[in-house]
Design a protein around this ligand. Structure first.
Ligand SMILES: Cc1cc2nc3c(=O)[nH]c(=O)nc-3n(C[C@H](O)[C@H](O)[C@H](O)COP(=O)(O)OP(=O)(O)OC[C@H]3O[C@@H](n4cnc5c(N)ncnc54)[C@H](O)[C@@H]3O)c2cc1C
Length: 458
């Protein structure tokens, strides 16, 4: 079967250097194998703190260390920059593109951990006016949009326009949406206070929208109620059972359960509702005996491999197994589990038919609301307030990669949570227009004008 490599060292390819990919690579550091980790960016990204980059608390460097430097001491590992465009499960190769160059990397074992992107539930055109927050580029653009809206409001002399500029709408009341509105409120009410002459930043209208019945619906009960109360105290307007039916330059259209529609005029809109797994999932399903679910996640075997392909594993946000949620812990534990199986097989301690099932250890989940306030659920234990916030702080520091990142983040948090200052408030025009500029760059070049004679003939 699939994994016989003769006398050659096994070639293990990992797609993605996020939580799943990085934890697999780390576990494989002493394996008698050649590991190649391919990622479309040069960094590992700690996504749970993206909202703090977007709101000026920490810098991008703290949560996005270069993968090459993290793995430099692992002599068996090669880090490759590339956007994977093709997986050929018959030839066992992965094709990636970077800066106009194509690389084809052969594999004996493949770990696919390319994560998920934002889902607009079939309304991809919303993305232009309500970007999501999945990458460093997104977070920096968002910082530009948030702070830029206050700047424009200061200049504007039209009260109607000012109102629109100072209305911030976040769609999706999951942990990311809650954390983001909490920090926009802190910015408006504390950090920016007294720094404008024509506007009062605390007049900002900050709206959190969701089609669900409550904020943080995965928690429910006491934790959701606590989060709602805290957000309202911060001045956040919460609109539930509200479906977004349109997003354009001017604002958003909301449809309620009773069928009524309203328009919220807003310059700065953010989308944090729904995820869609990497399209590589569909590519894998099309070449094997499995399928993808509605979120594009690959339905994997209990050992996280793909049906009929024990040499291909799909982990993290890309896999569908036992309703496991899209959480960092699921990806990390999946990456470590797969690495452990491969090490045992390389050492001849087990075959691919003897793998134990993957068992997820639920260590709980949490979300911050504002400084000194969070909600956390660990098994049946539910925590709110300062204790939950302290646990959140320790856990996030623990999982940040690198001592330097931890020290810098702790320093930034001390400054923000005790003094309310923020060191990363720089915005550039380029950050905000980059998305449009990049789109233009990728657009096919217009056909060259026809030679003069041909034109004349027409
Ligand atoms: C804003 C935000 C906040 C979050 N907060 C929390 C939280 O508080 N707690 C929690 O547990 N989880 C949180 N999550 C979810 C958590 O980050 C994910 O579950 C986790 O990152 C999944 O790990 P992964 O390895 O599957 O994917 P990722 O970590 O997303 O990594 C995927 C990697 O693959 C790369 N990639 C994608 N496509 C390609 C391609 N075609 N070619 C090459 N490389 C590619 C990407 O660049 C990325 O580096 C949050 C997510 C977001 C977006």
């Amino acid at each position: 079967m699939g994994n016989d490599t003769g006398n050659r060292r096994r070639r293990i390819v990992i797609i993605g250097s996020g939580f799943g990919g990085l934890f697999a690579a780390r576990k494989l550091k002493k394996a008698d194998a050649d590991i190649t980790i391919i990622n479309r960016t040069t960094h590992h990204l700690f996504q749970p703190l993206l909202y703090q980059v977007a709101t000026g608390i920490i810098s991008e460097g703290e949560i996005a260390p270069p993968t090459r430097l993290i793995l430099r001491k692992y002599r068996n590992t090669t880090t490759l920059l590339g956007d994977v465009t093709d997986i050929d499960m018959t030839a066992r190769t992965v094709t990636s593109e970077a800066m106009g160059m194509t690389t084809v990397t052969p594999y004996d074992s493949l770990i696919v951990a390319a994560g998920a992107g934002q889902s607009y539930f079939g309304n991809d055109h919303f993305a232009e006016y309500a970007p999501g927050m999945k990458t460093i580029d997104d977070a920096l653009e968002l910082r530009g949009r948030i702070l830029g809206a206050f700047e424009q409001a200061e200049i504007s002399t039209d009260a109607h326009a000012r109102e629109r500029l100072m209305t911030f709408v976040v769609v999706g009341a999951g942990p990311t949406g809650v954390e983001l509105v909490g920090q926009i409120a802190e910015l408006a009410h504390h950090t920016l206070r007294g720094s404008f002459r024509n506007i009062d930043p605390s007049d900002a209208r900050i709206v959190l929208l969701d089609g669900a019945d409550d904020v943080l619906p995965v928690y429910g009960g006491k934790l959701s109620a606590n989060a709602r109360k805290k957000l309202e105290k911060l001045g956040v307007e919460i609109q539930l059972q509200a479906m977004v039916t349109d997003v354009n330059r001017d604002g958003l259209t909301i449809k309620r359960k009773d069928g009524t529609e309203t328009l919220i005029r807003s310059q700065c809109k953010v989308w944090s509702a729904g995820v869609q797994a990497s399209p590589l999932g569909k590519m894998i399903a099309d070449q094997s005996d499995t399928t993808v679910d509605r979120a594009g996640r690959v339905r994997v075997q209990p050992d996280l491999s793909v049906a009929g392909h024990p040499e291909v594993f799909v982990i993290g946000d890309m896999m569908a197994l036992d309703d496991l949620p899209g959480l960092a812990q699921v990806a990390m534990q999946g990456g470590e589990y797969v690495a452990k199986q491969l090490i045992a097989e390389i050492k001849g301690k087990q075959t691919e038919y003897q793998r134990p099932d993957f068992r997820y250890w639920d260590k709980g989940s949490m979300a911050t609301i504002s400084r000194f306030s969070a909600v956390a659920k660990v098994g049946r234990i539910e925590l709110t307030g300062f204790i939950a916030w302290l646990i959140w702080l320790v856990i996030h520091l623990m999982y940040l990669v690198g001592y330097r990142s931890r020290a810098m983040t702790l320093f930034a948090w001390t400054m923000t949570f005790f003094g309310r200052g923020r060191a990363q408030m720089t915005i550039t025009e380029q950050q905000v227009i980059a998305r449009t500029a990049l789109k233009e760059q990728h657009r096919p070049a217009p056909p060259a004008p026809a030679p003069a004679a041909e034109r004349d003939a027409g």
